[in-house]
Design a binder for this molecule. Sequence first.
Ligand SMILES: Cc1cc2nc3c(=O)[nH]c(=O)nc-3n(C[C@H](O)[C@H](O)[C@H](O)COP(=O)(O)OP(=O)(O)OC[C@H]3O[C@@H](n4cnc5c(N)ncnc54)[C@H](O)[C@@H]3O)c2cc1C
Length: 381
Amino acid sequence: MTTTVLVLGAGFGGLELSSRLAQELGDQVEVTLIDRADAFVFGFSKLDVMFGKRTLDAVRLPYREITTPHVRFLQETITAIDPDARRVTTDRGTHGADILVVALGAEYDVEATPGLAEAGHEFYSVAGAEALRELLPAFRSGTAIVGVCGAPFKCPPAPSETAFLLDELLRAHGVRDDVRIQVVIPFGKPVPPSPATSEAILGRFAERGIEFVPDRRVAALDPATREAILDDGTRLPFDLFLGIPVHRAPAVAVASGMTEGGWIPVDKQTLATRFPGVYAVGDVTSVGTPKAGVFAEGAARVVADQLIARIRGENEPPGYDGTGACWMEFGDQQVARIDVDFFSTPGHPTGTFTPPSDRIAAEKVEFGVSRRARWFGRGAG
Ligand SMILES: Cc1cc2nc3c(=O)[nH]c(=O)nc-3n(C[C@H](O)[C@H](O)[C@H](O)COP(=O)(O)OP(=O)(O)OC[C@H]3O[C@@H](n4cnc5c(N)ncnc54)[C@H](O)[C@@H]3O)c2cc1C
């Protein structure tokens, strides 16, 4: 008997889930994977594009290259989800399955920050990163703010990485002394679960003359005065604002009635939602891990392994452990690694820091290469 699985969203979570199910189960499963986009782009590749290190063409992974048997990719926009019936409506039709997995990620609410669209730039979307790639080379003096407009946001180290990469770019252009860089983050430390990581970042900020504004969120930009208005009313003048916009679950997930407090609640161990046969993984959930690809992927593996065990009649595999490793750019091709554990001590995530080295930089490259191979059947490149 063939189990049908409908996967909504072909990001980290959806791609990992689809490829693992198909590779392990063969013709015991038929996966339909739906995404409105025509290509996947790693989150970290957006920084490469923004800072002119790689072209968009070089980092796009077109979904048409998915050749995994038993995975059918459909480029369609999901317009409604009925979790009771495990059916979805798209701009092209309707689809149903035995198992439904929601992996729709988080989207950006630029309008939630007044002035951001007029006076600032977001770099979290591919389009935003592309636009900045054209603008950044012309930025030669003044104040640059890397500012977070709301939490939770994807990849908590990304604002700090952006500041390091901007510092590197400005040094390469010989104009670093003419630019002030400030980083506004709504946490007391850059990466709260890992004090050693935060210490390393703050140490490098001090060396590089990057100013850290902790415990503050950018609430609005004033386009007339070109000031960032923080959540305590402080005004910071800027010439260039690089913003992390407010995140929210995609509207179609909210309209489905699956969300509570903005995100889809799931069982922490199994990623099951309250709807029978319906799971949710990754950024769209409130599972309690950061919004990052490695966590979306880890959660997807757990769902896949449960389904594989059930279909094969094997014992239930271990539940989700809430651990993950992130690689972090320190500029000048230096990459460090952060290992975090969100579930072992409830309410007290812990993390370890491995300082930048060539070995860690090679690990990050290997991370991307292995996913390209697993999800798209691609070799190195
Ligand atoms: C600048 C930046 C740097 C980052 N760096 C890292 C990093 O170094 N390491 C790391 O682990 N994470 C990193 N991330 C975070 C990472 O990209 C996300 O957390 C991850 O992609 C989440 O995976 P997901 O599967 O939950 O959602 P996504 O990968 O966002 O996938 C969701 C998919 O759903 C699709 N979708 C949404 N709505 C619809 C709809 N209505 N119809 C059809 N399709 C729809 C979208 O097109 C998308 O492809 C970074 C993010 C950014 C922005």
